[in-house]
Write a protein that binds this ligand. Structure first.
Ligand code: PEP
Ligand code: MG
Length: 808
């Protein structure tokens, strides 16, 4: 038996040389080594077709082991596998060993007649000699000091989960290393946040971990546990990742509305009002007088800017600015390695103290960055080479931030922001530059804010914020929302003395004319009165002006949210996302556990009806205990009902639990992601005939909306999930902040689909909408006009949604 070898790498000369070196080691025993490397003699690249041909050439019936260099070599090798017929594919092993060392070890083992598995295993330990030589961590045996895990976090291993990983791994007496198997990265120390995050580990990627030292086994076990717990990011995994902003009680509609619109920005041509009272909604007469004087007559100009609504609320006030001394690194003499190192250490301690006073995950990640071994080592190495502490620190942090900038994933790329924020904080301490201050009370105009600046603004003085740069998903924007400071971001440079802004629509008016100011003033008052009124009437039914009662329910994903729903006057739980029970744990919940939780939800709602949606797992919400193959397009993959029908035992258990609760309390059941009538029929067959149990389906896929009339014989109600229906109709991923312009608001195409569903439903079948659009007051009248009879929204938005119904 001779197993063949295939070398896949970016450079043809490198591939040939590696093969020649390996052949030298086989002691004259012939081993077939095929090389698929480079696009030609001089062009770097890999080609799947050439790789599949090399696989065929090296396989004389005993199969092949493939060794790859990195990145696209791995992906091309996987593609090449697809090009082989089933029988041949079975005989191919893609081996994650290092190319040169692995190839040499593999060739020797293949030459002695080893099996494919033996050859691959030998290749995997190809680094052992080198590691032993340098006394670094030798890869431990599987089950002892190594493991492979899958990343469950929807946004991958970004700064916060990575920070958690690094913190935990540092607590072990072990040298722990991790690599991204999916991208074929090298090993990085698990003690370094910058190195771990630059693995570019996305949701679904596989990470290998290895450890050596006294607590190697405990460290690896800890790592595996942590990975199953999504590195502590449980709440984000439980909820759909997008809900972090689309479903947020205060931010959701704000981001949905207006994100796609351009915003009016007026610049008055005359002189500007001199004084503007205090921050907040300023006294109308003061400003109106000043502004009228200033802007009266010709010369007013209008221009449109695109800004993003980022934190809801209306604010008017004088423009104020951040005062910060520029961070200029002086040309100063090097004071010696020890002295510079001491300077850096002192500055790190000072920054640590400052950041430690701020609470929140973001700052916890910053603290970990301050302790990052790779970052600190890099800075120390620069000092050792004669750079002053500030220069060394800047060089090290620039390099780390640059590594993030180079990543493909936008979410991970944005983490460069964290490194720069920490860099600035330490540099300020090094150079003795005080933190930025705000020069008065009013609306803060700034280029951008660091998270620390956003976290320390005083809301009693800063009534609103307009940022020239930034995005609604930046840390600064998130903090402003959390702190209730109205904000518009990405508005471009604004020069003004007075600013009026609406953080729900993204509108920014610079130096507003008196009538504009009066308008903002009235809007703010209306907004406040409307909120107060909505809250006071939350428990009453929502009846349109024509006397039609529309039930307004709540979308919930926990017992706590069920309580919030009841407090906010929800008429029902229009959508219970049962996946919260299934995610972030080691095994599926038992039937009894499910019954207990569904009962608790029903109790919390005090006997109001609840609509239990069966598990909407899979793809972007993978279950750790049901590992699934990686999917290139998870949203088009095995999710919702497809997942349940693929795991029937678990599905049947959930259906049994739902039926048991339905005997005691008003429960309906609905199935997510139904695309074909056959799926619905099969789901109903598994559910069985349960007298009195109302059965519905989510309409989230355009195919289902278009063929709604084919589904009506099998359902009592439709619940339109506009979050998914919008993303599938517009081919715009719902969590992608860059596509907000496409996916916000009620698109006419989606509206047509909703109208079609309502038409098909007729008298017999009820139609509800449970996507985020149901809470958009501008959209509610259109939904009701189409024939929608029930709405379900985030618990906190029930009062305002009822109000929107009453106004219709
Ligand atoms: C939807 O898609 O609109 C919906 C309500 O379901 P989810 O947000 O849970 O996917
Ligand atoms: Mg959905």
């Amino acid at each position: 038996m001779t197993v063949g070898l295939v070398v896949v790498c970016h450079s043809r000369p490198l591939g040939r040389a590696a093969a020649a070196l390996a052949s030298e080691m086989t002691q004259g025993r012939p081993v077939a080594i095929s090389v698929a490397a480079g696009l030609d003699e001089g062009t770097f690249g890999t080609d799947a077709v050439a790789i599949s041909e090399a696989m065929t050439a090296a396989d004389d019936g005993d199969g092949v082991v493939v060794l790859m260099d990195l990145g696209s070599a791995v992906l091309s090798a996987e593609t090449a596998l697809e090009l082989l017929d089933d029988e041949q594919r079975e005989r191919v092993v893609l081996c994650p060993a290092p190319l040169v060392e692995g190839l040499v070890a593999a060739a020797v083992t293949a030459g002695t007649g080893g099996s494919r598995e033996e050859v691959a295993a030998e290749a995997l330990s190809g680094l052992a000699g080198k590691e032993a030589h340098f006394g670094t961590s030798a890869p431990a045996e599987a089950g002892d000091g190594s493991a492979v895990v899958r990343v469950l976090n929807p946004h991958g291993l970004h700064a916060r989960p990575a920070a958690r990983l690094v913190t935990e791994m540092r607590s072990f007496d072990a040298v722990v290393e991790v690599r991204n198997v999916t991208t074929g990265s090298g090993w990085v120390p698990a003690s370094s946040l910058t190195r771990v995050t630059t693995l570019g580990a996305l949701a679904g990627h596989e990470l290998a971990v290895r450890a050596s030292g006294a607590q190697a086994r405990a460290a690896v076990e800890g790592f595996v546990r942590l990975a199953a717990d999504a590195f502590g990011e449980v709440t984000e995994v439980l909820a759909d990742p997008r809900e972090r902003y689309v479903n947020h009680p205060t931010t959701g509609p704000a981001l949905h509305r207006g994100a796609s619109t351009s915003h009016h920005y007026r610049v008055s041509g005359g002189s500007l009002p001199e004084a503007c009272g205090q921050a907040g909604i300023v006294d109308n007469s003061d400003v109106a007088g000043g502004s009228a004087k200033a802007t009266g007559g010709a010369g007013d100009t209008e221009r449109l800017l695109s800004g993003a609504p980022s934190s809801p609320g209306i604010a008017v006030g004088p423009a104020i600015r951040l005062h910060e001394q520029p961070l200029q690194i002086p040309d100063e003499p090097f004071q010696g390695t020890e002295a510079e190192q001491r300077r850096l250490d002192e500055a790190l301690t000072a920054a640590h103290r400052e950041i430690g006073q701020l609470s929140g995950d973001i700052f916890a990640a910053h603290v970990v960055l301050l302790e990052d071994a790779a970052l600190l080592d890099d800075a120390r190495a620069q000092i050792a080479q004669g750079l002053t502490a500030p220069r060394a620190w800047r060089a090290a942090t620039d390099r780390a931030a640059g590594e993030f900038d180079a990543l493909l994933d936008p979410y991970l790329r944005a983490r460069a922001e964290d490194v720069r924020a920490v860099s600035t904080q330490v540099l300020r301490a090094l150079l003795g530059v005080p933190p930025a201050t705000v020069d008065g009370d009013g609306i803060l105009l700034a280029d951008d804010l660091t998270p620390a600046q956003a976290a320390t603004l005083d809301p009693t003085r800063v009534a609103g914020v307009v940022l020239a740069k930034g995005s609604p998903t930046s840390h600064a924007a998130i903090l402003l929302r959390t702190r209730g400071i109205p904000a518009v971001v990405g508005a471009g440079p604004v020069e003004a003395k007075v600013i009026a802004l609406d953080g729900s629509t993204g509108e920014v008016v610079a130096d507003p004319a008196p009538e504009v100011l009066a308008d903002f003033h009235q809007r703010a008052e209306r907004q406040k009165a409307s909120r107060d009124n909505a809250r006071a009437n939350a428990a009453k039914p929502a009846v349109t002006t024509k006397g039609v009662t529309i039930h307004v329910g709540a979308n919930i994903g926990s017992v706590e949210e069920a309580r919030a729903a009841a407090e906010n006057g929800a008429d029902l739980a229009g959508l219970v996302r049962t996946e919260f029970l299934f995610l972030g744990r080691d095994e599926a919940p038992s039937e009894d556990e499910q019954v207990a939780v569904y009962r608790a939800i029903a109790d919390a709602l005090g006997g109001r009806p609840i609509i239990l949606r069966t598990l909407d797992a899979g793809s972007d919400k993978p279950l750790p205990y049901l590992p699934a193959p990686q999917e290139a397009n998870p949203f088009l993959g095995v999710r919702g009902i497809r997942h349940s029908l693929a795991h029937r035992e678990m599905f049947a258990e959930q259906l049994r639990a739902i039926v048991r609760v339905a005997r005691e309390t008003p429960v309906s059941v609905m199935f997510p992601m139904i695309t074909k009538v056959e799926e619905l029929i099969e789901a109903r067959r598994l559910l069985g005939d349960v007298p009195g149990l109302r059965v519905g389906m989510m309409v989230e896929v355009p195919a289902a909306a278009l063929r709604a009339s084919d589904f009506t014989p099998y359902v009592d109600f439709f619940s339109i999930g506009t979050n998914d229906l919008t993303q599938y109709t517009l081919a715009a991923e719902r969590g992608n902040a860059d596509l907000l312009a496409l996916s916000s608001g009620l698109d006419p195409a989606v509206e047509l689909l909703i109208q079609n569903v309502c038409r098909a439903a007729g008298e017999k079948t009820k139609v509800a909408v449970c996507g985020e659009l149901a809470a958009d007051e501008a959209v509610v009248p259109r939904l009701l006009a189409a024939g929608v009879q029930e709405l379900s929204v985030a618990p906190a938005l029930v009062p305002l949604t009822k109000q929107a119904v009453r106004a219709t």
